[in-house]
Design a binder for this molecule. Structure first.
Ligand code: SF4
Ligand code: SF4
Length: 417
């Protein structure tokens, strides 16, 4: 299996599709299942910090210098400047500063520039004009109707549903075409909701199909594991339990766990999957020697995530102890591409003996940072033998032959890694 090079990581940084700013750790809600909340270890490390402007500016200038020097063509390449929290609108002034700087920066000569934000919707009213004027893609967190959304509470324990809904309805009324084009929803499935119920509610109110995720248990404090487990429902189980499971999968498209897993499986294992015209003309090139062990993304290939404390992370789902770099208090950006390549290659050295024998290695989605670290050895419990993998592929063949829409969904919504 192969190893990663510093230049590959540098190139991923130059071409990153997203730079995400965690503009604040503060939030105006206390959602019971929140991965930053009291049930999770990380709560004790969060101190309501806000990302200072000088740190945001440092990484913006660093990125601009990189893309200006880059010899990688930019045709059709876009970068999203994204805002995350906590609730990002609690630090609106920083969002305004970043957007103002980017709009004047000239980055749009090298990349298509777009903006996006994940928000709980509580402060939408009052910032609508700014979001609309800058064409923000909004991902609004809403778990469905009032009961389904009842874990999303204010600090005093009261429900946030009515105010959030009022703000969303107002946005839709005042800016219908923006709403149509730029607003999406994400729901967290819980024991007070079902996938079918969430889709019905958001479709009937707003004409959209939400993405739906399960409660993420990574980092739960051991004493709260049972409580979290009681709230949790798997998306696949909720769909299977429904009388119209096929219909639900169809309407979720590639968001459906069945579609997603089947797609990942065929992308890795089908002899008829081509990653571009070269492979179509000259044949797929991926042999085991071309694969990296495990399924972790190449650093920065998904995003550059800047934490409120100024750490540079591969995404928001990784513990800060695995930071890829930092912005220090004298505004210096520290990213050592050589050290990163060495560090990742040390992880790969540990994984390879298992991954090289694993029949899942062409479709692996296991992130190194979520694998249990036992002693010095990274252990993966998803190892598959060839007979287990053949059985799994057979199940996906049965699935796609029973749901012909799968092929259409792949054609329409495919995202390449
Ligand atoms: S969870 Fe792992 S593989 Fe996924 S984006 Fe984050 S670092 Fe990459
Ligand atoms: S499933 Fe586990 S053992 Fe198999 S390739 Fe992925 S990380 Fe390696």
């Amino acid at each position: 299996m192969r190893r990663i090079t510093p230049s590959e990581i540098r190139r991923a940084f130059e071409l990153t599709p997203q730079i995400t700013f965690e503009v604040t750790e503060g939030c105006n809600l206390r959602c019971k299942y929140c991965g930053y909340g009291e049930l999770f270890e990380i709560a004790s490390h969060r101190r309501n910090r806000a990302l200072p402007w000088f740190k945001a500016l440092s990484i913006l200038e660093y990125y601009r210098a990189m893309v200006q020097r880059s010899n990688v063509g930019h045709y059709g390449r876009e970068v999203f400047f994204s805002f995350f929290g906590g609730e990002p609108l609690l630090n609106f002034s920083l969002i305004e500063q970043v957007v103002g700087w980017v709009n004047r920066s000239g980055i749009d000569r090298f990349r298509g520039v777009k903006y996006s934000m994940t928000t709980n919707g509580l402060l939408l009213h009052g910032h609508e004009e700014f979001l609309v004027d800058n064409g923000f893609n909004l991902l609004i967190s809403l778990d469905g109707d009032e009961r389904a959304s009842s874990y999303r509470k204010f600090p005093d324990g009261s429900s946030s549903f009515a105010l959030v809904k009022k703000n969303i309805d107002g946005l839709k009324l005042r800016h219908p075409s923006y709403f149509e084009e730029h607003v999406k929803f994400n729901a967290v499935l819980n024991d007070r909701s079902s996938v079918g119920g969430i889709i019905d509610f958001i479709k009937s109110e707003y004409g959209k199909t939400p993405s739906i995720s399960a409660i993420n248990p990574i980092g739960v404090r051991p004493q709260y594991a049972e409580e979290l487990d009681m709230m949790s429902v798997s998306v696949a189980d909720s769909i299977s339990a429904s009388a119209d499971a096929g219909e639900i999968s169809n309407s979720m498209g590639i968001q459906s766990p069945f579609f997603r897993k089947a797609f990942d499986c065929f992308r890795g294992h089908s002899p008829y999957f081509y990653r571009g015209y070269n492979e179509l003309l000259y044949g797929p090139s991926a042999t085991i020697a071309d694969l990296l062990p495990g399924g972790t993304c190449i650093p920065f290939s998904k995003r550059v995530f800047i934490s409120a404390g100024g750490l540079i992370m591969p995404c928001e789902n990784v513990s800060h102890k695995f930071a890829l770099g930092s912005i220090d208090d004298d505004a210096r950006v520290n990213i050592d591409f050589d050290e990163l390549a060495q560090r990742y290659n040390a992880y790969y050295d540990e994984l390879e003996p298992r991954c090289a024998r694993c029949a899942r290695n062409k479709s692996c989605s296991e992130c190194i940072f979520h694998l249990p670290h036992g002693g010095d050895c990274l252990r993966c419990n998803e190892f598959a033998s060839h007979s287990e993998m053949d059985e799994e592929i057979g199940r996906y063949y049965d699935f796609i032959t029973s749901v012909p829409k799968f092929v259409e969904v792949i054609g329409n919504t495919l995202e390449f890694r």
